[in-house]
Ligand binder design. Structure first.
Ligand code: ZN
Length: 149
């Protein structure tokens, strides 16, 4: 794949079109457009600027996602869940329900350490309120509020 081509009897050297023939496999011999994103000549789509409408841009972006594991949304969601898990581990430590020590390593973003019983109580209360469908079974919604005011 030649990157440059010389024209005008060797006086001008410029970028060569990167298109390849489907039949012969040879590279296009025309000079590429300066404005082309993909170094193509006008014949091979050098003027194409990609999707223009919002719908087209969204479609293009969606088609370029392979696994979706590292999108901003997925990363944030995972970080929140890890922070919650870590806080649950803190709960076990504070309530002395485990013999292990505090987990080492990087703390996930959004993690706030729970060190007192009150922290644990507020954490549990938060989880109870966030649960979908309210309190079907288990601890009633206002269980932790009793006797706190
Ligand atoms: Zn070409």
């Amino acid at each position: 794949m030649e990157k440059y081509i010389s024209t005008a009897g060797g006086r001008i050297t410029c970028l060569r079109c990167t298109a390849k023939s489907t039949r012969s496999g040879n590279q296009c011999r025309k000079p590429a457009l300066k404005t082309s994103r993909t170094n193509k000549c006008p014949t091979h789509g050098g003027r194409n600027k990609g999707p223009v409408t919002e719908a087209g841009k969204a479609r293009s972006a969606a088609s370029h996602i392979k696994t979706g594991l590292y999108t901003k949304v997925a990363i944030k969601e995972r970080s929140q869940k890890l922070a919650e898990l870590r806080q649950l581990a803190d709960c076990l430590l504070v309530l002395k329900m485990t013999a292990t020590v505090e987990t080492r390593g990087r703390k996930p973003s959004g993690y706030e350490p729970l060190s007192t019983i009150k922290d644990v109580l507020m954490f549990a209360l938060d989880r109870e309120l966030n649960r979908a469908g309210g309190s079907g079974k288990g601890v009633p919604k206002n269980y932790f509020n009793q006797g706190m005011d």
